[in-house]
Ligand binder design. Structure first.
Ligand SMILES: [Zn+2]
Length: 56
């Protein structure tokens, strides 16, 4: 058994996976940072170049 240390990807603080909110397989120090990270991921997706067929 390893004592895996998780870190909040937003602020880098140590988190306990038992008690932390999880998104995308990552653990966060708070719901706030989980949400922030989610928002960042959404932004990234928005920036992705055209993958639909619709163009303007
Ligand atoms: Zn954090």
């Amino acid at each position: 058994m390893f004592g895996f240390k998780k870190h909040c990807p937003v602020c880098g603080v140590d988190v306990k996976k038992e008690t932390s909110p999880e998104r995308f397989g990552k653990y966060f120090c708070s719901d706030e940072h989980a949400k922030k990270y989610t928002d960042l991921q959404m932004l990234k997706k928005d920036e992705e170049p055209d993958k639909g067929g619709c163009c303007c």
